[in-house]
Ligand binder design. Structure first.
Ligand code: E4P
Length: 214
């Protein structure tokens, strides 16, 4: 499973990239708003650090404006992926971009049929939001499983990007469910390599070694 970081914070992106296992970045309007910096400037900075796909989300809500904004975002760097909402307008823009060879990430996907439609339109990525479904009492992971099954049934090439990942167990369940990619906050990435027994084990090994050899 590929690992993306879900942030617009450059320090977090650099730190995650330094782990050596980061495949890409996702951003959204909420994440860039926290940074209080021009979106294009930050995207250019991110693309200088990460060579994998960097998702840049449009603010526009109608197809024509999405196409204009998406084109401008895609011109920032060759690894920009235009992030569009999973609406009818977004679907039209997705089809137009895929016909032009511009990669898209179809975001805010909450049902398998949205994922099916965007795959037909040639989306590069689809982003089902697990955490936000859990928040309303549904099981977000079922959406990942269902999309995986639909895509495998028909051989769709669109990658399933599990989004709205809130904790490391989400990440494990995504990998078990066959998500192609998971995007998550830096803390969740850090948590993947943490276990109290690992720390205790290191302490005990060092203590035993010191006792024997000084
Ligand atoms: C995905 O690309 C989104 O940026 C993100 O995962 C949203 O997550 P949230 O529900 O924690 O805001």
């Amino acid at each position: 499973m590929q690992l993306y970081i879900d942030t617009a914070n450059l320090d977090e992106i650099k730190a995650a990239h330094d782990f050596g296992v980061l495949d890409g970045v996702t951003t959204n309007p909420t994440l860039i708003a926290k940074e209080k910096i021009d979106y294009s400037t930050r995207l250019a900075e991110i693309c200088r650090v990460v060579s994998g796909p960097v998702s840049a989300e449009v603010i526009a809500t109608d197809t024509k404006a999405m196409l204009a904004e998406g084109k401008r975002l895609a011109s920032i760097a060759p690894n920009i992926v235009v992030k569009l909402p999973s609406t009818v307008d977004g679907l039209r823009a997705c089809k137009a971009f895929s016909d032009q060879g511009i990669k898209t990430n179809m975001t805010l996907c909450f049902q398998s049929l949205q994922a099916w439609m965007v795959a037909k339109a040639g989306a590069f990525l689809v982003s089902p939001f697990i955490g936000r479904l859990d928040d309303i009492g549904e099981d977000g992971m079922n959406l990942i499983r269902d999309i995986r099954r639909v895509y495998d049934n028909y051989g769709y090439k669109t990658l399933v990007l599990a989004a709205s990942v809130r904790h490391s167990n989400h990440l494990l369940q995504c990998a078990l469910a066959g998500a192609d990619v998971a995007t998550c906050p830096f803390k969740v990435i850090q948590d993947c390599m943490k276990h109290p027994l690992t720390d205790q084990g290191i302490e005990r090994f060092l203590a035993d070694y010191k006792k024997a050899f000084g």
